[in-house]
Design a protein around this ligand. Structure first.
Ligand code: SAH
Length: 352
């Protein structure tokens, strides 16, 4: 039985389930089936496009650690490390500077944990960020992690707003908007939107960012959050599913496709600032960020020793990571910086 069919059977008995809960269950199921990422998988993330991505993030992290005075107790953390590719590429660069930090990976999927352990020997695994070390600075990387966390969709209905739920309909899973909600959840600027308008909130992502802010402010360090998204508050349904490399109806492929939503960077920034006195930088476009870190120079360096085919491949990787029509503009980079830590590379020198 597919995940969607099993959920439909359950909902027939138990009634509507909030979209956020359904998305959480579906993605937990999905990521536990090892073929999501990488060559032949459903989708290709930046570290899987090119080794240069993880290398530049490695240069970013190592530079920060060096300028912070090379604290011996600093640890590296990655949230949702996928196949472990980014961390493996990052650690090669760190090692060039003589930095061999302990690595902590926050990952819930058992099959992805196995792949990560193979690429990053010696890493310590965590189900949640709560169990990360509580002493010493943390340098945290999260690429395409927040977009996979469950969103709540508020839907305008008459004078109020409702919450989107998933129900079992005659033809399978369907959406149903129930329960009037407290208007305080919906920002005043969009409260009068026309019926059917959708306002999304990713409470899980906001909680993660707030928890990181508290950690960095107490322990020192910095976090780099990279994802696709926008600066809200905005109206619109951004829930999307990718199944076997193509966009699909989220409910039709629930649990068998990758379910994500745009990250609202403004909401995340506000959550961080509410939580602790951290510096919040960006978001800046991924293309500009990678170019500032030396993507062009790194590609030229690799090309100098490469075959003709490989040179063309490296050029197309640069275009995919940084080109405005590919990932360069849609994907954005935000940093949180703890007390007393240096200004990280790749961000303009004023706070966003
Ligand atoms: N960062 C990787 C993978 C992105 S896919 C890359 O860029 O290639 C999302 C990752 O987050 C997967 O590793 C998935 O298993 C993990 N993940 C999703 N939800 C999670 C949760 N609630 N807790 C921990 N890990 C989660």
């Amino acid at each position: 039985m597919t995940f969607a069919a099993a959920l439909a059977a359950e909902l027939r008995a138990s009634g509507p389930m909030p979209l956020a809960r359904a998305m959480q269950l579906a993605n937990a199921h999905y990521y536990a089936t090892a073929h999501a990422l990488g060559p032949g998988g459903d989708f290709v993330t930046a570290p899987e496009v090119s080794q240069m991505f993880g290398e530049l993030i490695g240069a970013w992290a190592t530079d920060l650690w060096v300028r912070a005075g090379q604290p011996a107790d600093a640890a590296l953390v990655e949230l949702g490390p996928g196949r472990g590719t980014l961390m493996a590429d990052l650690l090669r660069v760190a090692a060039l500077a003589g930095w061999h930090p302990p690595v902590h990976l926050v990952e819930t999927s058992p099959s992805l944990r196995r792949q990560q352990a193979a690429r990053v020997p010696g890493a310590t695994f965590h189900d949640r960020i709560d169990t990360l070390p509580g002493d010493g600075p943390l340098i945290v990387i999260a690429n395409e992690f927040l977009d996979a966390l469950p969103i709540t969709q508020f839907v305008a209905a008459g004078a109020g707003w409702t919450v989107r739920h998933v129900v079992a309909g005659p033809a399978g899973l369907a959406f149903q908007d129930v329960e009037p909600v407290k208007l305080a959840f919906v920002p005043e600027s969009i409260r009068d939107a026309e019926d059917g308008s959708i306002y999304e909130r990713n409470f899980a992502a906001e909680q993660v960012v707030a928890a990181l802010a508290r950690r960095l402010s107490a322990q020192g360090g910095a976090a780099l959050v990279i994802d696709y998204g926008h600066e809200g508050p905005a109206l619109g349904d951004t829930l999307q599913a990718i199944h076997k490399g193509v966009f699909a109806d989220p409910l039709a492929v629930l649990g068998d496709g990758d379910l994500t939503a745009h990250v609202d960077f403004a909401a995340c920034r506000a959550a961080a600032r509410r939580a602790a006195p951290v510096l919040v930088l960006g978001p800046v476009n991924q293309g500009a960020f990678l170019m500032a870190l030396g993507l062009r120079q790194r590609a030229d360096r690799l090309k100098a020793a490469a075959s003709l085919d490989l040179r063309a491949a490296l050029e197309s990787q640069v275009a995919r990571l940084a080109g405005a029509a590919a990932m360069g503009r849609l994907f954005k980079v935000m940093a949180l910086v703890g007390s007393g830590w240096p200004w990280p590379a790749g961000f303009p020198t004023v706070e966003g």
